[in-house]
Ligand binder design. Structure first.
Ligand code: TYC
Length: 105
């Protein structure tokens, strides 16, 4: 809450001004399954880009493998954009068809 200076007739009272402080919109980053990307590569991506430990990364990879998609995390738009771009870059560099997308929460 910001503090507003007094008006002349409110000589000694500081008044709290209501400021809109809504949380930012959040985006879910999803990994999609495919038939070609090696499981180890997906686990490495989840560790490097999404800071998961090996056990968590393996769980998420298997969830994607079995169900078709899975959540890597929920982030502000800039962070989500960056992570989607990092996955695309690493996948392209290694010539894997791995797809990563984001959707509003
Ligand atoms: N289905 C892939 C395989 O059998 C593994 C895989 C998991 C690929 C998750 C993509 O997002 C993915 N090698």
């Amino acid at each position: 809450m910001a503090v507003k200076p007094n008006r002349p007739d409110e000589s000694s009272v500081l008044e709290a001004e209501r400021v809109d402080v809504k949380p930012p919109p959040m985006y879910r980053v999803l990994l999609l399954n495919d038939d070609y990307t090696p499981m180890d590569f997906v686990v490495a991506i989840l560790q490097q880009v999404f800071a998961m430990n090996r056990e968590k990364a393996t769980q998420v990879m298997l969830q994607v493998h079995r169900s078709g998609a899975g959540t890597c995390g929920v982030f502000t738009r800039e962070v989500a954009d960056t992570k989607v771009a990092q996955v695309a870059e690493l996948a392209a560099h290694h010539q894997h068809p791995l797809q990563c997308t984001m959707e509003p929460e």
